[in-house]
Write a protein that binds this ligand. Structure first.
Ligand SMILES: Cc1cc2nc3c(=O)[nH]c(=O)nc-3n(C[C@H](O)[C@H](O)[C@H](O)COP(=O)(O)OP(=O)(O)OC[C@H]3O[C@@H](n4cnc5c(N)ncnc54)[C@H](O)[C@@H]3O)c2cc1C
Length: 517
């Protein structure tokens, strides 16, 4: 049985933990991975349970929940808020019935290690596995294997959240479903608040982190997933898990984007066959690194992966394949598919159990964003302090991917920019990144990303695939391009219903009301 009304629970009677204001401590929380300058925090607190989160929220004027601060949107950069660090919310329950209960502050790497010891796996992990469970739910993060498993959203079965007045809700998927265009929140004091469901149509893409989820008859839990801390603070979550798959990993060298896309399309077809029980090649992810991004990766990392650095117009694919007890048939089929696509060189393969080999391939993949982010940080230190990461997080329907990749390259080149492109090719989700040489490059880069975003929206895609919107002016602009001013107003109506004092993560996703006219 479901209803469109949810009972809000009173705040637990627990006193708030101290809010630390020591400058040396605050310094380490003033920035996230977007490296936006000017972070300022009123203090930081480390609640260890639901009651402590609740009492902090009830008494503060404006708060910003943070996880690992790996946000690429400035969404975890404080602007005078009290920071609620979730790092002490670290409980992990025993997996049972395909589910596990976890605290918001559990880093994904710790979750996977604990699950692996019991033979389980949590599939929708982003490339950065230091991110916390709460942060990934707040941004509806996605990883490489979205193509097979989807984004974080469908893996979240239940949430415990603290609302803006310190009260609490427990949501279980399937129990609270919108009716007549909204939900009702029944507060302990007896008042009932109506929360409207926005009417914009979300693009039909495999991953999306673009403001509030909205669909007729939607589940209330989906409103909170991806809401970037603006509607409630995730304290605990129940996640779905699966038995640990056996995985082989292959590195495939391609001479061109065209070849890389042909290989990926062929591998997606093979995967679809295998999921219907009609083939052996169960591909779960194809990651893409272009020659321009690999040019910045340290030589020792390239050498450890056992590959030679490709030229600028070439690319490497990192293919993840799930295999049964004997992987021979799957790997033979991989060889045949690559032959059929005209790939001359044999792929480098780490077979299941070769954890060291697989780790070296993943090290190469992870070194790509790290190397480009380091370039941005160096330009910021040497050239201008206002230089910041300028990058796209674009997703298109797979059949528009080649056209979109051409658009990214042509647009960035027309603006005279140095750049690199990598990402989750099997999902149609790529990250063109500007490599800034000057502050002007950052401005030119923003103009280029905006132009690209418009092209992507025209293709039925989205310019906000997995990183969210955060406090980035550019990403907030992209959100307006996607849903129009009316869509943003509909999101504000949701925010107003749940957080009338604009206390939770103000300025995240859209500007605060007084800054907006
Ligand atoms: C090298 C690198 C690679 C990355 N790769 C990917 C990728 O493949 N896919 C992907 O999706 N992202 C990726 N990211 C981005 C980032 O890791 C994700 O956005 C991640 O979900 C953020 O988690 P976090 O714990 O660091 O959250 P934070 O950065 O601390 O916070 C992110 C947002 O969530 C809110 N928030 C945090 N915790 C809570 C909570 N408990 N309740 C409510 N709101 C909360 C914050 O207020 C903020 O708005 C990458 C980042 C880096 C640096």
């Amino acid at each position: 049985m479901h209803s469109h009304r949810v009972a809000v629970l009173p705040p637990p009677a627990v006193s708030a933990p101290p809010v630390e204001t020591r400058d040396d401590l605050l310094q380490s929380f003033l920035s996230d991975a977007a490296h936006v300058p000017g972070g300022v925090a009123g203090g930081v607190a480390f609640p260890g349970n639901l009651g402590e989160v609740s009492s902090l929220v009830a008494t503060a004027r404006r708060v910003l929940p943070i996880g690992a601060q790996s946000s690429l949107t400035g969404g975890a950069t404080p602007r005078g808020d009290i920071l609620i660090s979730t790092r002490a919310l670290t409980g992990i329950g025993l997996p049972a019935g395909g589910m596990v209960r976890v605290g918001a502050g559990v880093p994904l790497a710790d979750l996977q290690r604990t699950l692996a010891a019991r033979g389980f796996f949590y599939p929708p992990v982003p490339t950065f596995d230091g991110a916390f469970v709460g942060g990934t739910i707040a941004t509806n993060a996605s990883g490489a294997a979205t193509f097979k498993y989807g984004s974080t959203r469908p893996w979240v079965e239940a949430l415990t959240l603290v609302l803006a007045d310190g009260s609490v809700i427990e949501l279980h998927r399937g129990e609270v479903v919108a009716s007549a265009g909204g939900f009702e929140m029944a507060y302990p004091a007896g008042n009932v608040v109506r929360v409207p469901v926005p009417t914009y149509q979300m693009p039909n893409v495999p991953k999306l982190s673009a403001g509030y989820f909205a669909r007729p008859g939607m589940d209330l839990i989906d409103l909170f997933i991806g809401s970037e801390g603006t509607l409630g603070i995730v304290v605990e979550a129940t996640l779905r898990v699966i038995p640990m798959p056996r995985r082989a990993v292959a590195l495939v060298a391609c001479d061109s984007d065209h070849e890389a896309l042909a290989v990926t399309a062929a591998l997606r077809r093979e995967a679809a066959l295998s999921w219907r029980g009609e083939g052996p090649l169960d591909v779960s992810a194809v990651e893409y690194m272009d020659g321009r991004s690999l040019a910045h990766v340290p030589s020792e990392v390239v050498a450890r992966a056992g590959v030679t650095r490709p030229g600028d117009s070439s690319a490497l694919l990192l293919v993840q394949i799930e295999v049964p007890a004997d992987e021979t048939t799957a790997l033979e089929r991989l060889g045949a598919v690559l032959d059929g696509c005209g790939i001359d060189d044999d792929p480098h393969v780490a077979v299941p159990g070769d954890t060291r080999g697989a780790a070296r391939f993943f090290e190469l993949r992870e070194a790509v964003p790290a190397a480009i982010n380091a370039r941005v940080a160096a330009a910021k230190a040497r050239v201008h302090p206002d230089i910041e990461k300028t990058a796209g997080d674009l997703v298109v329907p797979f059949d528009r991917l080649e056209e979109s990749l051409t658009l990214y390259r042509h647009t960035l080149e027309r603006h005279g920019l140095d750049y690199a492109i990598w990402g989750h090719l099997s999902d149609g989700n790529l990250h063109p990144n500007v490599i800034p040489r000057s502050l002007e490059d950052v401005a030119r880069g923003r103009a280029a990303i905006l132009e690209i975003a418009r092209g992507v929206i025209d293709m039925g895609g989205a310019p906000l695939a997995e990183h969210g919107v955060g406090r980035s002016a550019l990403k907030q602009h992209l959100l307006r391009e996607l849903y129009g001013e009316r869509g943003i107003d509909e999101m504000r109506a949701v925010k107003r219903a749940l957080d009338p004092a604009w206390k939770l993560s103000p300025g995240v996703i859209f500007p605060e009301p007084d800054r907006h006219s």
